[in-house]
Design a protein around this ligand. Structure first.
Ligand SMILES: Cc1cc2nc3c(=O)[nH]c(=O)nc-3n(C[C@H](O)[C@H](O)[C@H](O)COP(=O)(O)OP(=O)(O)OC[C@H]3O[C@@H](n4cnc5c(N)ncnc54)[C@H](O)[C@@H]3O)c2cc1C
Length: 466
């Protein structure tokens, strides 16, 4: 391919890799649909080459050449996306950001840091921690995802209720556009300078440009971390406790409500029967200790006044120790289990019926054994629900049918109940057909116009999002 040869000539040696192992490792992200085909021995086609830039100017060179040659480009962080945002096929080139992984500067006075987009999430947190700070962004995939990937997918961390989601933690961005131009948003604490360019780029899933640097908002590393778990009488009680705590102004870092199925599955020592569980944890500086203790007391009172049982901190410690463990696709599919998660959100007035109807719709898909859910990201206006389904099938086609059926059922029921189709994993390919139902045709047209303006030749991650 001519573009590959041009890139090999323009970039320092070693930046362009064409070996089979590298190409195959970049054929797709962590989307369950791809895993079904991989495990069955029908892998997706690998890209012709993978490019590993080491600076913003090298990314500019790549997007200048690719745009001139009309060659499609798929940005790649660490491939932990779960929606099919990475699927280059035999034509597109993958741009892997993992060699752009520096903490460029840390401003202790302003509580900000500038990092390169390919920085691994866990490494980012380690580097900040060494200097007494935290980003407060802890997705379950923290060790296998990049800061740039978080920005590109509008990710959420497990402590989002206190620290915010990634859009709350990004002060400014540097993005290279097709053709090689660079846009830098201004790192002000707040500005009234027209529409926020950050917001156009956050969640763009590689369809507008390549994020190269990010200015992050930091918090001091917490000195106090306290929490408890409660067994509740009903899921509805849990939703009501969560709503009342948040609307009263409390912001515990963790406020996770598990339905009975998930409590039994994940906390079996305490939940031999199916009963709902609420995990509460709060954290902050030593100076805030009194306020944090009050926060916890308010949460405890809210649970016990509804007949909940305080189980102490042991289930919370169990969760903290195991929260990032996920079985591999090979293990699940190899045992004939089709498993995936679907996260949606809704306002408080809609979330109760939505939980029941979505779980019921997924469970009604032939081959699905069980559908369950938990909440993990709460707001004064509503909450997310993270559904998990498990289906049983040995054959590839049957696995695909269950998988697609469960997703379609969840999306249709969410839309019917007035929920949003995606809380934090993004659109990718799996939700693409449903986006107009949420944004409306005019909304999607606006997004297409933005895409056309920034990427007139349509080289950025075609097939994703819109
Ligand atoms: C076990 C597991 C747990 C997870 N838990 C969470 C969770 O708790 N919270 C959460 O939000 N998500 C979670 N995810 C999803 C995933 O980790 C996130 O979507 C993450 O943000 C993806 O980061 P990545 O660097 O791996 O991106 P990739 O998967 O490489 O890419 C994701 C998308 O972003 C684009 N992209 C990547 N980097 C750039 C860049 N620099 N510029 C422009 N576009 C780019 C890609 O083209 C693609 O469309 C989980 C995934 C797994 C497998």
């Amino acid at each position: 391919m001519k573009t590959i040869e041009l890139l090999e000539r323009a970039l320092p040696e070693g930046r362009v890799r064409r070996d089979d192992e590298t190409r195959r490792a970049h054929a797709h992200d962590y989307w369950a649909f791809e895993a079904i085909h991989d495990v069955a021995g029908n892998p997706t086609e690998a890209p012709p080459a993978v490019v590993f830039p080491e600076s913003t100017s090298e990314v500019q060179t790549i997007l200048e050449i690719a745009d001139a040659e009309r060659t499609a480009i798929v940005p790649y962080g660490l491939g932990s996306g779960v929606c099919g945002g990475v699927r280059p096929g035999g034509e597109a080139l993958v741009v892997d950001l993992s060699r752009m992984a520096a903490l460029i500067e840390l401003n202790a006075e302003a509580c900000t840091a500038r990092v390169q987009a390919g920085l691994n999430g866990a490494e980012c947190e380690r580097l900040l921690g060494e200097r007494g700070f935290t980003l407060g962004h802890f997705p379950q995939s923290i060790a296998v995802s990049t800061v740039g990937g978080w920005v590109a997918t509008r990710a959420s961390g497990q402590l989002s209720t206190r620290y915010g989601n990634i859009e709350d933690l990004v002060l400014a961005l540097e993005v290279v556009l097709p053709g090689g131009r660079v846009v830098r948003t201004f790192p002000a604490p707040r500005a009234s300078t027209g529409p926020d360019l950050r917001e156009i780029l956050l969640g763009s899933e590689g369809t507008l440009g390549i994020v190269t640097e990010i200015d992050l908002k930091l918090s001091p590393k917490p000195a106090v971390e306290i929490g408890f778990a409660a067994r509740l009488r009903s899921w509805e009680d849990g939703l009501e406790i969560t709503r009342q705590l948040l609307q009263a102004g409390w912001r515990p870092a963790v406020l996770r409500l598990y339905d009975g199925i998930e409590a039994q599955r994940n906390f079996n020592d305490w939940f031999p029967e199916r009963e709902p569980l609420l995990l509460v944890a709060t954290e902050g500086s030593e100076a805030m200790r009194g306020a944090l203790e009050l926060e916890l007391a308010a949460a405890r009172d809210a649970c016990t006044s509804r007949g909940g049982e305080d189980l102490g901190a042991a289930p919370l410690r169990h969760w903290l120790g195991n929260r990032n463990h996920v079985p591999s696709w090979e293990d699940l599919l190899g045992n004939g289990l089709v498993v995936d998660t679907i996260e949606v959100s809704a306002t408080w007035d809609r979330i109760g019926p939505l939980y029941g109807k979505v779980a019921q719709a997924i469970a009604a898909v032939p081959g699905v054994l069980v559908a369950s859910g938990h909440t993990s990201h709460g707001y004064t206006t509503g909450v997310n629900i993270y559904f998990t389904f498990v289906g049983s099938a040995k054959e590839e086609q049957e696995q695909e049918r269950i998988y697609s059926g469960a997703w379609a059922a969840a999306m249709e029921a969410t839309i019917a109940c007035g929920g949003s189709i995606a809380h934090h994993h993004g659109i990718g390919r799996v939700r693409r057909d449903y986006l107009p139902r949420e944004l409306g045709d005019t909304g999607v047209e606006v997004l297409r116009s933005v895409k056309k303006a920034l990427d007139p030749n349509g080289i950025m991650n075609p097939g994703v999002q819109i």
